[in-house]
Design a protein around this ligand. Structure first.
Ligand code: SF4
Length: 702
């Protein structure tokens, strides 16, 4: 730590945005000309980011200090928000929820959380749903982020942890396969891990319909047709098998299901795979030989593979690659799901998901229910059952099975697919409460707004993409009348007559109960304490005892599945659920840009970040644009079966001619999710964000 002259205040914190959770210092000084505070940011060395910060982290103080913060509880009267006290806000919630629960039952209230909440707030939110409101309806926006990789990891390996290895293993890999991940824009500080591997001779293979900052470092770029990733993986697997690039000893000792996979792959035709995926058989072969012949190798997937209506099976097919070649459980060998949200990993471990209790325990498993009920001091019969996924909750809202919704740290109006349908549903609600620190598009529809603290103003733990738990201390006092998320829930539980279950004195007390609730579960935090986190640079889970070092590299000896064996999967070639047609002749794919995060609520409030991308856009190949009479940098109308949006064209030959790309960070008429497909993956309930059919036309104005 350095002494910074003239600094009024130095805040040790970490970036609130992506899953790397880069450590940094925010420095407040006084401007000598006008005496006002000015801010600067310096990165702090740490094991994950190695002392780097990307532009999002450098400017992440701006949205916290904006004059547009929500600082007081506000109620909507005659279409306008009016300031009220916390006591009035709580009374309103108790009365509204009470009346609705009395008429329609407990499940009339739904809760919708977020993957950027701290572990402690996510834990209390899950407990609040089950204990204070006794509703089964709780889910969160991580359903759109990690559910495919999570469900695939559990099925194939027996555990869902983003990376099976520490980040430091990346440069030990001789071949790296990056499937549907744009690390250069989404987790920029990770890029040097990959460039260092390349400098040491690693072959990098990228799978993406677009050329991006990530694919540009690749030796082999497979420009796959959107939605065809699982089929492409079949092609790679088939080459590995035909060329004998199989680790037979590993397959024999540590896996099951190989015979079925082999029989299935033998039947597939490479010509058909090439035609379906839009990638030549030669290029598929080149990629397969590079990965198969490498002594060490890692496979990464992200939303490009996962946000599909077959996302679960698509990820499992990429995990087949890892198992077939025995490239797991050793230095430089493993798999990583590159989490997007800041606490995408921890956010899914502590009970925000419809089907899960803390520690990845299952809400339908009697033993798991009994364990958690005991920790919470209730009878297992009081615990509600399994609810539904995030988008299915929007359907329940539409059907008015859910009549009151409590949203915390999320913007479902912009992040759900088929946003017009979602908006109709939200407008039908009898009572919508939003707890946030900025007024999102969803908050604008709310009946009641609850002001909460932002990352610089609260403390708690977050778990990065490696499964490493990090402590973020409070850096500034809570502004205005804001309260911490977990604190709001505990106070509200008290007003609802369930305060005895939520008597946490501080955030560390929440964490200590979370540790107990996770004990013996898959994501075991029991051995992790605030004291340890203050001394170490984070601790990996599972960590069952305080003296335990935590597990950096998983699966070195066995998998937590029957007989300790991982499971191969047979995945059929198939097309995406929505196909192009004469009316909708182009594929639409969505994603992120460097300077924005999720639905843009925070980054659009940061002048420096917003200035880099002030509005949404449609990336289109110039040849395709010509076909549809579209000029560069002009407004266009994009239409799907579900709605229209209006964005500016951006010519690029970095995209396939049959595909257009629109980022996901804007709402209203630029909300790309007005177009996206709300069909869900049957296993993990991930919507098909990454491919739908659209038409495009110039916007003609009088
Ligand atoms: Fe680090 Fe991610 Fe924040 Fe960039 S957005 S500074 S990579 S945590």
């Amino acid at each position: 730590d350095q002494v910074i002259p003239d600094a009024l205040h130095v805040i040790d914190t970490q970036c609130p945005f992506c899953s790397v959770q880069c450590k940094m210092q925010v420095i407040e000084k006084k401007d000598i000309t006008n005496g006002r505070p000015v801010y600067s940011v310096v990165p702090k060395p740490n094991l994950a980011s190695e002392g780097r910060l990307c532009i999002k982290g450098m400017k992440a103080y701006q949205h916290v200090l904006t004059g547009e913060r929500l600082l007081h509880p506000m109620v909507k009267r005659n279409g306008q928000f009016e300031r009220i006290s916390w006591a009035e806000a709580y009374e309103l919630i108790v009365n509204k929820f009470g009346a609705l629960r009395q008429t329609y039952g407990n499940h009339t209230v739904g809760l919708y959380g977020g993957g950027s909440l701290t572990n402690e707030s996510a834990y209390v939110l899950g407990k609040f749903a089950r204990v204070a409101l006794q509703t089964k309806y709780i889910d969160y926006n991580g359903r759109f982020c990690m559910s495919a990789a999570a469900s695939a990891g559990v099925k194939v390996f027996g555990i869902d942890r983003g990376l099976t290895n520490p980040l430091s293993d990346i440069e030990l890999a001789d071949c790296i396969l990056l499937a549907g991940t744009n690390i250069a824009e989404c987790q920029p500080t990770l890029m040097p891990y990959f460039t260092r591997a390349k400098e040491k001779g690693a072959v990098i293979i990228a799978i993406d319909p677009r050329e991006t900052g990530t694919t540009r470092i690749a030796d082999i770029h497979l420009r796959v047709r959107p939605g065809m990733d699982a089929t492409l993986a079949n092609g790679i697997l088939k080459v590995l098998l035909e060329e004998g690039l199989v680790d037979e000893q590993f397959v024999e000792r540590r896996t099951t299901g190989f015979a079925e996979l082999k029989a299935h792959l033998d039947e597939l035709d490479m010509g058909e795979i090439a035609q379906l995926t839009g990638v030549s058989a030669e290029l598929i072969r080149k990629a397969a030989l590079s990965y198969g012949k490498a002594n060490t190798g890692m496979v990464f997937t992200a939303r490009g593979v996962e946000q599909q209506t077959d996302g679960h099976m698509a990820v499992r097919n990429f995990l087949n690659l890892v198992l077939l070649t025995g490239k797991i459980g050793k230095p430089g060998c493993g798999y990583g799901a590159v989490t997007g949200q800041g606490n995408g990993q921890g956010g899914r471990e502590h009970g925000q998901k419809a089907d899960q209790l803390p520690g990845y325990r299952l809400i339908e498993n009697p033993e798991d229910r009994a364990y958690i009920a005991n920790v919470w001091g209730i009878d297992p019969s009081e615990l509600p059952g399994k609810g539904v996924s995030a988008y299915e909750m929007m359907e329940k809202v539409h059907e008015q099975e859910i009549r009151a919704l409590f949203v915390m740290g999320s913007n479902p109006l912009v992040s759900n697919p088929n946003a017009n349908f979602v908006e109709e549903g939200l407008k039908k609600l009898d009572f919508l409460v939003v707890a946030d620190f900025l007024i999102s598009e969803t908050a604008q529809l709310a009946d009641l707004l609850l002001p909460v603290t932002a990352y610089l103003e609260n403390a708690g733990t977050l778990t990065n993409l490696e499964g490493r738990v990090l402590l973020r201390e409070q850096g500034r006092p809570a502004p205005g009348e804001t309260k911490h998320d977990w604190q709001v829930l505990c106070e509200l539980a008290e007003k609802l007559g369930r305060g005895q279950f939520f008597s946490f004195g501080d955030v560390e007390a929440v964490f200590n109960e979370l540790r107990l609730a996770s004990r013996g579960g898959t994501a075991d935090y029991y051995g992790i304490t605030y004291d340890r986190l203050r001394q170490d640079e984070g601790v990996y889970w599972p960590c069952p005892e305080v003296a335990h070092p935590g597990v950096k590299r998983l699966f070195d000896a066995s998998f937590p599945l029957p007989a300790g064996k991982a499971l191969f999967t047979t995945v059929e070639n198939h097309l995406p659920k929505e196909q192009v047609s004469a009316e909708f002749p182009l594929y639409l794919t969505t994603g992120r840009v460097l300077t924005h995060y999720l639905t843009g609520v925070q980054t659009r409030k940061s002048p420096s970040l917003a200035a880099r991308e002030v509005e949404s856009f449609m990336e289109i190949h110039p040849k395709t644009a010509k076909k549809y009479c579209i000029e560069d940098a002009t407004l266009v109308k994009l239409t799907s079966k579900r709605g229209d949006i209006y964005v500016r064209s951006r010519f690029s030959d970095a995209i396939r001619e049959d595909t257009v790309f629109v980022p996901m960070h804007w709402g209203d008429t630029q909300n790309v999710n007005k177009l996206t497909n709300d069909a869900l993956d049957p296993t993990c309930k991930m919507p098909g964000f990454k491919v739908c059919a659209v038409g495009v036309s110039p916007l003609v104005t009088e």
